[in-house]
Design a protein around this ligand. Structure first.
Ligand code: FPP
Length: 280
């Protein structure tokens, strides 16, 4: 947080929003569904790939800002297992942009102490993309400032299938398949995000009210923030506004607010409702 305030100019809008944030209640992990690149391009009569190209700079902005805020993790949805249905030239354009991003951003990742980890079924990616991703993952492996997950060829359901299969494989290897117990902790430990806190805040751009198979397990209690802004237009200001909005939410994790705990049950329910036997 301190680091972000140092790079902002006192008095300017982002500085004012950042200074109003409670540093003790920042989300530890933000996840983002970067959507709307195609619409951004269509509005300008550009080919769709121009929308993806325009989407690279906001990636840099959010990565840098989240690192300067001191977040533990940021997860960006870059390519889903369903995105293979798109035309070949669009998919190839996305791989070119990803390789461009990796080359251009490596010095920034190092400077900001960011560890990049690609999550998803990486074995199906073109060989060159796999090699370059692996190289950046190796070079940033010792960075401890923030973990940046790039979800590529990612699907929430395939992640769960992979986690369960990994549990079965390990149990088979250790010869205790019969004793294998499936627990929430066990599943979480075998997800691509093992060891990370679950996202506190899930941001989706372009106004779509969908989860789109993203981090299905991990977002169980995430706060959702959907903005109409298309991804190429997403700015640092809007990221800070999303965090400010998150800080106004009351997170209950299925429990109650303090005032509701103190409320006497008899005021809410009639005596006979309280005394009536429960069905079943
Ligand atoms: C969704 O917009 C976006 C994607 C499928 C790709 C996201 C890629 C980038 C932001 C650029 C490069 C990424 C990195 C990590 C360097 P859409 O095409 O579905 O938009 P639409 O719904 O308006 O058609």
């Amino acid at each position: 947080m301190k680091e972000l305030l140092q790079v902002l100019t006192p008095g300017e809008r982002d500085w004012r929003i950042a200074s109003s944030l409670d540093p003790k209640r920042l989300p530890a992990h933000i996840a983002i569904i970067m959507d709307g690149n195609g619409r951004w391009a269509r509005q300008r009569n550009y080919p769709r790939i121009m929308g993806h190209k325009a989407g690279v700079d906001p990636v840099r902005t959010v990565v840098e800002t989240c690192a300067q805020l001191g977040l533990e993790a940021l997860t960006l949805y870059a390519f889903s297992v369903e995105n293979w249905k798109r035309p070949r030239h669009e998919i190839e354009g996305l791989w070119r942009l990803l390789r461009f991003y990796l080359r251009r951003e490596l010095p920034n990742l190092m400077r900001n102490d960011i560890q990049l980890v690609a999550i998803g079924r990486l074995e199906s990616l073109p060989a060159q993309v796999q090699t370059e991703l692996q190289s950046v993952m190796n070079k940033t492996a010792q960075n401890r400032g923030m973990r940046l997950n790039l979800a590529i060829n990612y699907g929430g359901r395939t992640e769960l299938v992979d986690a369960v299969n990994a549990m079965l494989d390990n149990a088979r290897l250790e010869g205790n398949l019969d004793a294998l117990e499936i627990t929430q902790e066990g599943i979480a430990e075998h997800l691509y995000t093992a060891g990370l806190k679950d996202p506190d805040l899930l941001i989706r751009t372009s106004g779509e009210m969908r989860i789109s198979n993203f981090l299905l397990w991990q977002i169980a209690y995430a706060e959702l923030y959907v903005t109409d802004t298309l991804w190429p237009d997403f700015t640092r200001t809007e990221l800070l506004e999303a965090i400010s909005n998150y800080q106004q939410r009351e997170r209950r994790f299925g429990g109650l607010t303090r005032s509701a705990v103190l409320e006497p049950a008899a005021i809410v329910l009639e005596q006979e409702q309280l005394e009536a036997p429960l069905a079943g």
